[in-house]
Design a protein around this ligand. Sequence first.
Ligand SMILES: [Ca+2]
Ligand SMILES: [Ca+2]
Ligand SMILES: [Ca+2]
Length: 372
Amino acid sequence: MKHSAVIPVLAAAAAVLAASCGGERPSVPDGANALSLFAVDTSNIRGTGWEAVAEATVRVSSPTFQFFEEYETGPDGWAILERLPAGVYRISAEKINQEESYVILGQKELSLVYEPAAVDTIFMNYQQSSPLAINEIYYAGCDYSKFYFYDQFIELYNSSSETRYLDGHFLVRTTQVAEVIDPEAEDYALGYYVFAFPGESGVTRDIPIEPGEFVVVACDAIDHSRFGARCVDLSGADWEFFNSLGSDYDNPAVPNLYPISNLTNDFSMNLAHTAVLLSDGTAWEFGMHYEASVDDFKEYVNIPLATIIDGVEYSSNPDSDRYLTIRVDAGFAGVGMARYSGRSVQRRFPGLDSNNSSFDFEIIEPPSPGYQ
Ligand SMILES: [Ca+2]
Ligand SMILES: [Ca+2]
Ligand SMILES: [Ca+2]
């Protein structure tokens, strides 16, 4: 069966449907077009410039007639798409790195009329799944001689093109004990310190975070640099965690996040291993969970996974037991980082979020509150 460049829609559809089962290439009517497609990773994530993407899955479909084919790029990043009927095509490319648990994606649309040897490029980049993300966590502490770690902070970043609102959102530090729950078996994460921005999530709109804006939440918003050479000046922080039930310091010039429970502790983070969450604060409940180490039940806050906007687990030891489900974060930030090193973990570029912190984060020095 031989067709000209113009293919009747129904005939093409019938041919594809008839051949769509099994692993063989469907026998779509012959088209005159061939497309050599080059898949390139534009992220420059390893600092080596743009790179050809080998073994990317390339899916080709048409919005105007029934057509679907899958290809794979070769070791040099090229896929040869042959015998394409004339028409409009949507092309997507995807590369999943299972070792490092990240995804790069690219897509484009193009029209082929009569091009027996067309050449094109598909530009790929990392999936950015959180428009609002935890961009930096500084938890390590700055001075071993004084065991000083009160200059901890969390930095948020809006990588979307829209203003977002933090009203009523929670910043959460999870458990620091393994096996309180099986994180893969539950649809919530364990919150231990849970502090809330003022207002009501999705209702009030008083705490904007603009596109490209960083927001710094300090544990204590003071100039810590007078306590050690590596300690961080947080007097300019946007927010601070404040617990009026404890002996916490309150900088009156900096607005506060308050705890939702009656724990008396300030918000603080383990110097080597825990997880930090940003949730939208729309749902939560207290939950008593048994802790073998103290042989008693301890009060936590169950944070439904569906309310979690971003979560980052960090651990200096890459073999640690996980506190957070891999559905939120498949890796660890901060592997190898020492306590009191004055170093911090930050996304390799703002907004990079493959839900694998091993890949997304790098260790930086000094910490960078409010900037990248
Ligand atoms: Ca505080
Ligand atoms: Ca304050
Ligand atoms: Ca920063």
